[in-house]
Design a protein around this ligand. Structure first.
Ligand code: SAH
Length: 538
């Protein structure tokens, strides 16, 4: 069965209206993620967080129709037309329309869907976790609670017209009630309503909203909370009462996106606020390791509260195996018979070796009787996924440890090392008779998509684990993709953070050369680096 139900009735592509949730990538749906991984085009809004855009595949065409609070980048009517155009021009394509929260909760998803129906384009809606309920939940405020609120109401604080104009709910006229009904809001009814009131997009108009509610009889002492950037590392809750709402916004400088929630349930937040402030809450860090290696450090930084933008500065690519080096002769899989031990020093090596191995028409039986060695646990696990148990794994999980172990235990064995083109001589020093096949190559990253450059520009600091990462970062991010040192020297810097964390002396020296303010870890390990970052922001 086609998981995406792509068999549409005509020659068009299919549009998926996807809710991205409130920000925390953990709240994004499985269905949404599966579609993003597969999408050919992704049309996304400003509120969608970079951690969710990171689910998109590298080849997807990324279209930013994000609206900044002050100026609309792309008008709604143009977005509608754009979706239709993509569908009509790309038969069979998966077109993801990614919106903050839920697409049908003040997301104008309905308007887009109507336009698609009109044009005969098939579509699917993937609901998202709406900020209206989840953001209060992350602040420890249940929108309903027995004995306190038996209903809740989600209200827009801004009525948008098509195009660029946002219209305040009230146009001042002598007849207030008639004025407010212009935008469809019935303040007398809302003021009487005993349930929880939740306003989206309400910050700019809160002075008027609070005043109208009080004029219509709502208790000025009603507890109220503003929750800014909910579920993200920047989440902040500010509480007050209805009568102090407007002055609180000014005093505390509450900014969009923020939810306004009113009612007795707000006081439960005092007891139920469960989200602890973590050492790195509110920090956005750029991790420059290769994608496959980054997840370790990224996960640690995320667990400490940071928002992590993974921006690998190198990429690896499987190659047809070569003997000795990239320039060496093509390796012959028939020669596998001549080896007793296959030694892997990275998960890349495992993946690339098996890519080529299967492509050569072989399968696991061709490895019968061979011993398998791995540099460490992660590589060992990758091998196990391929149905191979390791016979040799050094306790210290280093290349040196592996070299010593094999030299000691199997001096007479014929050993095949499966490595990348940049592998150093550690293993061959210990195992001078071993043969090396290069199964993958490492290349510097050339460009970054715009959304990532933007996210990097707004980061607090960059984390570097090698000099080459610093140099590449300077070329690709600070200066826009430049190829040569001469170009680099004459290029003017783009927006990029000036602060960085470095894993060791060499990396620090290079980072200083490119004008970074550097904080160096005490030891050259990832754990020490993470510790340093946490201490720095403590
Ligand atoms: N479809 C979205 C709402 C779009 S309207 C949803 O279901 O959540 C945009 C408004 O949503 C913002 O002005 C703000 O009031 C609210 N909002 C969205 N994400 C938010 C977040 N992470 N924290 C606080 N408010 C948020």
């Amino acid at each position: 069965m086609d998981f995406f139900k792509l068999k549409v009735m005509n020659d068009f592509g299919k549009v998926f209206l996807i809710g991205a949730g409130p920000g925390d990538p953990g709240l994004f749906t499985l269905r949404g993620k599966a579609i993003l991984e597969r999408a050919d085009v992704v049309v996304y809004d400003r509120l969608v967080s970079p951690s969710i855009l990171a689910f998109c595949n590298d080849k997807a065409q990324m279209v930013d129709v994000g609206k900044m609070p002050t100026h609309h980048k792309v008008k709604q009517s143009e977005i509608n037309k754009l979706l239709v155009k993509f569908a009509q021009e790309m038969p069979g394509a998966v077109i993801a329309r990614l919106k903050g929260g839920d697409p049908f909760v003040f997301g104008r998803g309905g308007e887009e869907a109507l336009e698609l129906v009109e044009a005969g384009v098939e579509f699917e809606v993937v609901p998202g976790v709406t900020s209206a309920i989840s953001v209060p939940a992350y602040a420890g405020i249940p929108v309903s609670h027995r004995g306190i609120a038996t209903s809740f109401h989600i209200i827009t604080g801004h009525e948008k017209q098509d195009g660029s104009k946002e219209v305040a709910l009230e146009e001042r006229s002598s007849d207030g009630i008639q004025a407010s009904s212009i935008a469809g809001l019935d303040f007398p009814a809302l003021a009487k309503c005993p349930g929880t009131l939740i306003f989206l997009m309400g910050i700019a108009n809160m002075e008027m909203i609070a005043r109208r509610l009080m004029e219509c009889g709502k208790d000025p002492k009603t507890p109220l909370a503003f929750i800014e950037k909910g579920t993200t590392p920047y989440q902040r809750t500010v509480t007050c009462t209805l009568e102090t709402a407007a002055e609180t916004i000014t005093r505390e400088n509450v900014v969009a996106p923020a939810i306004t929630i009113m009612g007795g349930v707000v006081e439960l937040g005092d007891k139920l606020a469960w989200r602890r402030n973590l050492p790195l809450s509110g920090k956005r860090l750029v991790v420059t390791r290769a994608a496959k290696q980054a997840s370790g450090i990224s996960a640690k930084l995320t667990a400490l509260g940071a928002e992590v933008i993974e921006t690998p500065m190198i990429e690896t690519r499987s190659v047809e195996p070569r003997v000795g080096s990239l320039d060496g002769a093509a390796a012959n899989f028939a020669d596998l018979a001549n080896f007793d031990i296959l030694a892997f020093t990275s998960t890349n090596g495992v993946e690339s070796f098996f890519d080529a191995f299967f492509k050569a028409g072989l399968d696991i039986r061709a490895l019968a009787g061979k011993k398998i060695a791995s540099v460490g646990k992660i590589t060992e696990k990758k091998l196990l996924e391929r149905g191979l148990r390791c016979d040799f794994v050094p306790e210290d999980h280093t290349g040196e440890g592996l070299g010593k172990l094999l030299a000691e235990k199997c001096a007479e064995s014929r050993i095949l090392l499966l490595q990348g083109n940049l592998a150093d001589d550690t293993l061959t020093t210990f195992l001078p008779k071993a043969t090396r096949w290069v199964v993958y190559e490492t290349l510097p990253a050339k460009t970054l998509p715009d959304w990532k450059l933007e996210a990097v520009g707004a980061a607090d600091a960059v984390v570097f684990a090698s000099s080459s990462a610093v140099e590449n970062f300077a070329k690709v991010v600070q200066h826009g993709s430049v190829d040569s040192q001469a170009e680099l020297d004459s290029a003017s810097p783009n927006l990029a953070p000036r602060a960085c964390f470095s894993i060791g002396r060499m990396t620090t020296a290079t980072a200083k050369k490119y004008g970074f303010e550097v904080v160096e870890s005490d030891e050259t390990t990832m754990d020490s680096l993470v510790k340093k970052i946490a201490e720095y922001y403590a």
